[in-house]
Design a protein around this ligand. Structure first.
Ligand SMILES: NC(=O)c1ccc[n+]([C@@H]2O[C@H](COP(=O)([O-])OP(=O)(O)OC[C@H]3O[C@@H](n4cnc5c(N)ncnc54)[C@H](OP(=O)(O)O)[C@@H]3O)[C@@H](O)[C@H]2O)c1
Length: 244
């Protein structure tokens, strides 16, 4: 992997392979929300198998792990957890595992979040499940029985109040948030003006067909300024900051 462009003024050499420490430095994160997306060159956000692992590349995965190592919290929608079978995060780059915060309107905890976990790994991070009042008290009680009282948060009436979730994460010291999807949650965060940085990878692959884009649904208007661009395995791996 090599840096093609970077805004930091650091002495990146375009011809040098990126070391882990350089990658961690490039993805250092301040408190706020960073989103991370991947798409094919023709704009698909998932592959033929309906999930994004069929379009990822090893270089994109390395950047993904560096972002996870730099955040306190992974924020993800229940649709992605169900499709990609997310469990609690694992540590990476020698850093502790981040908190996994899962957003669901219906309040039904995806099976992969419910302990015990097959690998029994004690270093997995914590989970918080966030739903809203319209999920109903029965769903909330079931979620609390499955995950533990303190791991189930209720914010908002008809949908999860994402500004309130962001405020809660900042209050508990978990405010460097990496949102890993999916398209529904990304779009809602952009529409609410909550996104500070956008990480996006374009993989050298075209698949046609009908697939979601990284943002889906209502229109948003987010302008971005490039912070860096990395190349690896033919993938273009960029980081942008949101212009306010
Ligand atoms: N290319 C990429 O970068 C990328 C990244 C992630 C995922 N994906 C792909 O995207 C697809 C999944 O897309 P998706 O749009 O369904 O994903 P999603 O945003 O993870 O899931 C949508 C679900 O999340 C919950 N949700 C999101 N925002 C909410 C809010 N404000 N209030 C209440 N609930 C909220 C709802 O869950 P309930 O149904 O439980 O109410 C909703 O049905 C999969 O194919 C996955 O592989 C691609």
């Amino acid at each position: 992997m090599r840096v093609l462009l970077a805004d930091s003024g650091a002495p990146w050499r375009a011809d040098a392979d990126l070391a882990d420490d350089d990658l961690l430095a490039l993805y250092a994160q301040e408190p706020g929300i960073r989103t991370n997306t991947v798409s094919t060159l023709d704009g698909a956000a998932n592959g033929p198998n309906g999930v994004s692992d069929s379009i990822n590349t090893p270089a994109d995965n390395r950047a993904f792990m560096a972002m996870r190592a730099n955040c306190d919290t992974i924020l993800v929608g229940a649709g992605t957890v169900r499709a990609e079978e997310y469990g609690p995060a694992k540590p990476g780059f020698g850093r502790p595992a981040p908190l996994l915060v899962v957003v669901s309107g219906r309040g039904v905890v995806p099976a992969t979040l419910i302990p015990p976990f097959g690998d029994g790994d004690p270093e997995r991070g914590e989970v918080a499940f966030v739903t809203c009042a319209s999920a109903g008290s029965e769903a909330v009680d079931t979620a609390r029985a499955q995950l533990g009282e303190e791991r189930v948060w209720v914010f908002g009436q008809d949908e999860v109040d994402l500004p309130a979730v962001a405020a809660q994460l900042a209050t508990i010291g978990e405010g460097r948030v990496l949102c890993e999807g999916g398209p529904t949650l990304f779009t809602t965060l952009h529409a609410a003006g909550l996104v500070d940085e956008v990480a996006h990878t374009i993989v050298p692959h075209m698949i046609g067909g009908n697939h979601p884009r990284p943002l889906q649904g209502p229109s948003v208007d987010t302008r971005l300024a490039l912070r860096h661009l990395i190349e690896g395995d033919g993938s273009l791996i960029g980081l942008w900051r949101v212009i306010r």
